[in-house]
Design a protein around this ligand. Structure first.
Ligand code: SF4
Length: 483
């Protein structure tokens, strides 16, 4: 397993986040969902489902032939004058970027929003080596000032209100910032413009890598992607190996799915296609281009036939928007760069069960994420598989759940699998819980369940479910007869 740099443990940062404001999160996610609904309706449900199926098949096909498409991509990037590096893990990727920056005597860097660089903690690595790096996406700029990680993969500062941001700008930038979105944008723009012009390194990720031509596809809504990748003389892109797609037909399909699902736009304001560094016939663009292809646990994810579909993800963020758990706890509660259902699947596998075994359990398994996912990733199925891995272990990782949980899971499977055992068990629980019960609640449970009751009481177990179910079934039968 890749070593996880301590600096990307956002759990530490959570302590420094201002009191989380779920209302601002829910407001933003429901707005994203409303606009998404409107653009999907224009497409028509039938065509939208066909697009989703096509997206799923393209991504699945690419994963099945990843070696072929990555080799082709490398060849095409080199043909276009770029330099390709392969990074096994986060430490490797950070080392490569720092070495390139040092070799070019970089004094300051500007960066496009990129989840891959959040994943590896690139900013910390550069800054630790004396290279200041400035985030240029507005949301990332804000959270960089706040000193925290992203709380949403599309809208990193979604947990903050305009009042929070105004206070932050006033404190950190030394300006009198009013809580007005336009004024706050103007302050950030003025600050960023100077940096774009002064930076000698531009850093980006990519939404897709086109194997056919060696092209990076970058979508943004602020134009900062183009500034970062064209103004500085050196451009380094750090991109997960899962972002490769075969050709432009694939891009055509995926660009119909991504902005609609992410922000409810037919297309993003800026879609940039970058192939290699500046050509001799071109006036603008970097003189040197490096592509760092990041594994960091992705090839290990490929080993499992079920969980490998995690790598189909196009990072649209709609699964976060629709997730009841994410909407209640916000992104920082997940503890890592990726949050929501995506984080529950991806972080668990990238970081390993020893670090993130609790994440697959942060789901109600309601299935809304899978219904909305534009590339039809079976998210609940993957989460169940990861839960099973945590409890029983498999060919990828050993079980990490404490013995009490493993025994509890076995007992649970036995109890729920045999109706009379279930019925007998619930009758017994009525007596066992009696000394602990207070007004229909269990305020203090013994270990290991005590961790739950440290935060909230547990409802007392009812012994009537089977009776209620039978009654309901009987009534249902009678109602049918009456019809
Ligand atoms: S898992 Fe699906 S819905 Fe979630 S971010 Fe990825 S592509 Fe979007």
């Amino acid at each position: 397993m890749s070593e996880v740099p301590a600096h990307i443990d956002f759990r530490a940062n959570v302590q420094r986040v201002p009191p989380h404001t779920p209302v601002s999160v829910r407001k933003a996610t429901s707005k994203f969902l409303d606009t998404r609904q409107a653009v999907v309706e224009v497409v028509s449900d039938e065509r939208w489902q066909a697009l989703r199926q096509a997206g799923h098949e393209i991504r699945l096909h690419t994963l099945a032939h990843l070696d072929h498409y990555l080799a082709r991509l490398e060849e095409k990037v080199r043909d276009a004058g770029g330099i390709v590096h392969w990074a096994r893990d986060a430490a490797d990727a950070n080392r490569i970027v720092v070495e390139i920056a040092r070799a070019h005597h970089v004094t300051r860097a500007v960066k496009v929003k990129s989840m891959a660089t959040e994943e590896i903690g690139l900013n910390h690595a550069l800054q630790a080596n004396g290279i200041p790096v400035l985030e240029t996406d507005l949301g990332e700029f804000i959270i960089q000032l706040a000193g925290v990680g992203p709380s949403h993969i599309i809208a990193p500062a979604v947990h903050l209100t305009k009042e929070d941001i105004a206070a932050l700008f006033t404190q950190k930038l030394g300006v009198d910032a009013p809580p007005d979105p336009l004024e706050l944008c103007a302050i950030a723009r003025a600050r960023l413009r100077e940096e774009f012009l002064a930076a000698d390194l531009g850093i980006s990720g990519a939404n897709f890598l086109v194997a056919e031509t060696g092209t990076l596809v970058i979508v943004t809504n602020e134009g900062n992607g183009r500034m970062c990748t064209t103004l500085p003389p050196l451009h380094i892109a750090i991109v997960g190996i899962d972002k490769v797609v075969p050709n432009w037909e694939a891009v055509n399909v995926l660009l119909k799915l991504l902005p609609r699902s992410a922000t409810g736009q037919k297309m993003s304001a800026y879609t940039s296609f970058i192939t290699g560094p500046r050509r001799s016939t071109e006036e603008g663009g970097p003189q040197e281009f490096h592509l760092v292809l990041l594994d960091n646990g992705r090839t290990r994810i490929l080993k499992d036939q079920v969980t490998r579909e995690t790598l189909l993800c196009i990072r649209c963020g709609v699964c976060l928007n629709v997730c009841p758990v994410y909407n209640h706890v916000g992104g920082h509660a997940y503890g890592f760069a990726y949050s929501g259902p995506l984080g529950a699947m991806l972080s668990t596998q990238l970081l390993g069960l020893n670090t993130a075994a609790d994440l697959p359990f942060a789901s109600s398994l309601c299935g809304a994420c899978a219904e909305y996912c534009p590339v039809k990733i079976p998210i609940p199925e993957i989460l169940l598989r990861l839960r099973r891995r945590a409890v029983e272990g498999d060919q990828i990782e050993r079980a990490v759940a404490p013995a009490a949980i493993q025994t509890g899971a076995k007992l649970g499977a036995l109890t729920f699998g045999i109706p009379w055992v279930y019925e007998f068990g619930t009758q017994m629980l009525k007596y066992v819980q009696a000394p602990l019960q207070r007004n229909g609640w269990l305020p203090h449970l013994p270990p290991p369940a005590h961790r739950w009751t440290m935060a909230r009481p547990f409802p007392a177990f009812g012994a009537h479910f089977r009776a209620w179910f039978r009654k309901r079934k009987d009534e249902g039968g009678r109602m049918k007869d009456e019809e």
